[in-house]
Design a protein around this ligand. Structure first.
Ligand code: KIV
Length: 256
């Protein structure tokens, strides 16, 4: 059995083979993705939108996240499992530590949080729990989803946040929805690996939402080229079953 990489293993990958991370929210998807040789399965709070049908990641509570971390843990042995701290559950360093412990007890190997919250990151790491940072577009607090870091001031602020997270000891930092040149700059400025989404190809790794990659929902975001049409497969299987059941009349069934 392959052993899952630790946060330290993943941090040491800077400059080496690119990191591959996908989101997972449930047992069967985790079981399948765990067989793909990925590095990290992120139980992202995108689950609120793509798995539970809410219009925001803010609808996800810590208890909901822990429930999904448990399911992913049950299907995963070879891949590092990172759980997202949910909106409003890491307002202070103390609260952040308590919330991170909940996800680790549910089976996460590490946690991720959004923004340059160095005090929270330091407190969680001091408690022995590895932390992944997240800069650029921050869905938990964004009023609208749009590209961030498009002015020099914004770009400098985001780069400074990434550097601070790196210095605080994050083992990796997600960079979401910034211009590729800014992602490349941050990647050069931090000592931990960067993992990009909608941020160009020059990060140390890439992450996608698995429902988008797998074509589980109609209308994936424009930057994703789905590698499967799971929505279509499910519709076809459901129709085939309905045809099969209805193709046998009750009279025929009784005659068998
Ligand atoms: O919640 C999530 O899926 C994420 C990724 C987009 C990085 O944070």
């Amino acid at each position: 059995m392959t052993t899952a990489p630790t946060a330290a293993d993943l941090r040491a990958r800077k400059g080496g083979a690119r990191l591959v991370m996908l989101t997972a929210y449930d047992y069967p998807t985790a079981l399948a993705l765990d067989a793909c040789g990925l590095d990290i399965l992120l139980v992202g709070d995108s689950l609120g939108e793509v798995e539970l049908g809410y219009d925001s990641t803010r609808a996800v509570s810590l208890e909901m996240m822990a429930h999904h971390v448990r399911a992913v843990r049950n299907g995963t042995t070879a891949t590092h499992v990172c759980g997202d701290l949910t909106a409003g559950t890491y307002r202070t360093p103390e609260e952040a530590v308590g919330s991170a412990r909940v996800l680790v007890e549910a089976g996460a190997d590490s946690v991720k949080l959004e923004g340059g919250l160095v005090a929270q990151v330091s407190a969680i790491i001091a408690d022995g729990i590895p932390v992944m940072g997240h800069v650029g577009l921050l869905p938990q607090t964004a009023a609208v989803y749009r590209r961030e870091g498009t002015t020099p001031e914004e770009a400098d602020r985001i780069a400074a946040e990434a550097r601070a997270l790196d210095e605080a000891g994050c083992f990796a930092v997600v960079i979401e929805a910034v211009p590729p040149a800014l992602a490349e700059r941050i990647t050069a400025e931090v000592s931990c690996p960067t993992i990009g989404i909608a941020a160009g190809s020059e990060c140390d790794g890439q992450v996608l939402v698995s429902t988008d990659l797998l074509g589980q929902l109609p209308n994936p975001p424009r930057f994703v080229a789905p590698k499967a049409d799971v929505h279509g497969i499910v519709v076809a299987a459901g129709r085939a079953f309905a045809d099969e059941v209805r193709g046998v009349t009750n009279a025929e069934r009784k005659a068998v």
